[in-house]
Design a protein. Sequence first.
Length: 308
Amino acid sequence: MPIGLATRRTFLKLAVAAATAATGTTEAVADEALWQEISANADRFRQTAQRLKLIRNWSNQEAPVISVAAPASEAELAGTEATLGKPLPQSLRRLFGACSADINVEWWLPSEPVKDKLGGQTLIYSLLPPPLFVDAGNRPTPANGAFRLSLDRLPYFHAQALGWQESIGGQVAASGAEIRPVLERHLEFWRRGFPIAQTMGGDLLAIDTTDVDENLIVLYANADDLRGCLLGMDINEFVHQQSRLGFVGFERHSLEPFVDHDRSGALRAKYGERPDEKGQMEIPALTASVIDTEGAGGRAWRGWLAME
């Protein structure tokens, strides 16, 4: 019987504690264990990509990108902090300094575009995952993975975030009394984020600077109904979980098959996201996608990829 995520974490903590008794350096041992597992998972995924004949993307039929660079030096970390004018969150500093300064993965299931009757393009997949991951339209989810975390790209994302905050702030100033609270909630959520990456849809992955655990959030550029997504784990645990899934990326639809809905609901409640007496959520609301690679979806996906 597969062990659950909580049990797995307990096991890893016990292993680290045993190693620490010999070395006396808890954080260094934990970082080394994390780095070793992420590297091993990346190696497994390279083998999987070759076996399944994955491609980089549907418009570029070459081999996928699966790159995990060496850790950053202290000078490189300090240089980025000087450029940003602020320190890196501790969890992010550990990832870049102990694991990798640049993780870049881009893949797509084998597919080719064909013209449809309306003159547009439809992707035809020559390989589909198990039925659990295929919708009624014969479309796989996830169909691809785009995962990029890079120390060098942080200043770019911070400039983007500043631009969005200025834009939303301008909307707040020009808004009427009815819409202003909605925009203010959107702006408040953006201000708490330390941006670290970008989704395929243009939203920003960020660290919640108001959270003592430095858990991840996704900042939505446009908050019609949702102002952001809660991921419920720090960057080191998130990269670890992603490496077990073949780096499926940050998009909600790609994460959906692996979401633990009970934990996600509890996380939303922790952030104060509860329905009112009429059962309505405050708009724009927060959603949550806490993934569990030991859930039914995670086990089925990893089994198909042979990621064990």
